[in-house]
Design a protein around this ligand. Sequence first.
Ligand code: SF4
Length: 416
Amino acid sequence: MEGNYYVCTGCGLLCDDIEVELEKDSVSKVYTACRVGVAHMKEGSREAVSQVDGKPAEEASAIEKAAEILKNAKNPLIFGLGTSTNEAQKKALELAKKLNATLDDTSSFCLGPVVEALLQEKFNTCTLDDVRHKGDVMVFWGADPSDSHPRHLSKFSYFPRGEQKQKGWEEERTAIAIDVRKSHTAKICGSNFFQIPPGGDTEFINALIDGVSGKLPKTSYKFPPKRLLELANMLKGAKFGTIFMGLGLLYSLDDLDPIIRLVEVLNEKAKGEFHLIPMVGHYNMRGFNENLFAETGYVNCVKFENGEAKHGPEYSTVEALKAKAVDAALIIGSDPLASLPHSIVKNLLDIPIISIDPCETLTSRKAKVHFSTAVTGVECGGSATRMDGVEVKFDPILETKRPTDEEILTKIMEAL
Ligand code: SF4
C-alpha cells in the first residue's frame, strides 16, 4: 500500500490503512481506525519504567532479578504473548525451551482448538481478502464483530466493494447471524438473524445439516423448521460462503465435529465453496499458535523437557495453576489476575511473577519484577499474523525509550 499508512494492532484484523497526525511526540489524530483502534493508537510515549518489588529499578537489576527467579524455578510458566510480535513470540519459545518451562497463551481457553483444527487442515478456510473480493454469504455464528472487531463488516465481510462484488452488500452479499441474543451484528443482519437458546448450537447444526441434505430439520427446542429450511437454502445457494466462528459457538460445543461436518456438507451441497474462519481477538494470538505449531506440532499447552515438547490439558495455564504445578510465572502482555477466575489465579499470588507489559495491570502491580515495554505498532515495529493467517509487517509511529518485549526476553535469556 502506498503512502504513510500504519497498521493498527488493536485486534486480530490488523487494519493496514491507518493514517495519523503527530503533535509533541504523541499521536494526536487517527484516521480510518475504529473507536478501539483510535484509543489504541493514542497509547504510548510514556517513560521506560522497570520495577522490582513495586519500586523503580534500573533495567539491568530488574533483568538480573528476573533471571534469578527463573533460574531458581523448577517449573516456570510462560504465559501471554497474544499481543506480542512474532519475533518476541519466537524468543519466548527459545526461552521456554531453555528453562524447561510450561508455555501457554489465552487460546487454551478460547479459540485455540479451532486454530489447531485449521492448521491440521480439518476444514476449508480462506483469507479475509478472499471474502472481500468474492464473498456472497457470510455467517456470524456466536460472534459479534461489530463490537469485537469493529471494521470487520466494513473492511472485509459485508459492506465493501470487492473485485467480484462490485454491487456490494445491497445486492450481492447476504449477512446472517446465529446467536443467543440480538447482538449489534445481528441487528445489521435484519431478518437473517436466527436466535437459538444457550447451548442449542449442536442441535441447530445437526438440523441444518438435515435441512441442507433435503431432510426435515428438527430441534428439541422446536426451532421453526420453515426458518431452518430458509437458512439451509441461503447457505446452499452460496458461491463463496464463510462461517465466522466466535467464542459463543465454541463454548456451546462439546467438540468441533459438528461444525467441521457442516462445512464439509456445505462443500458437497452448496453451489460453490464454503469456508470457516475463527474470530481471533488478540492481534497476534494466531501468530502464537502458528509459531508454536511450527516448532512442536501443538498450538498451546506445552511443557518443554530437555528440548522435547510434552502436550496436554494439564499444561494449560488454568490447569497448571489449579494444580499448583508451576513455581514462577513470566506473564507477557496479559492480565490473568484480572481476567481469570479468582479460585484459579489466586495461586499465582503464591509464586513470583515477572510481568512484561506496556500497560499497568493488576498482574503487573502484583509482580515481583515488572518491565514497562513499548506498545507494538505504535512504539515498535515487527510482524504479526492476522486472524486469517496473513502475515502483516508494521513500523513504529513514535520513538520511545521503552524496550520491546523481544529486547527484554533477549536480555533475560542472556542473563540466565
Ligand atoms: S478493527 Fe481492529 S485492527 Fe481495525 S482499526 Fe479497529 S481495533 Fe484496529
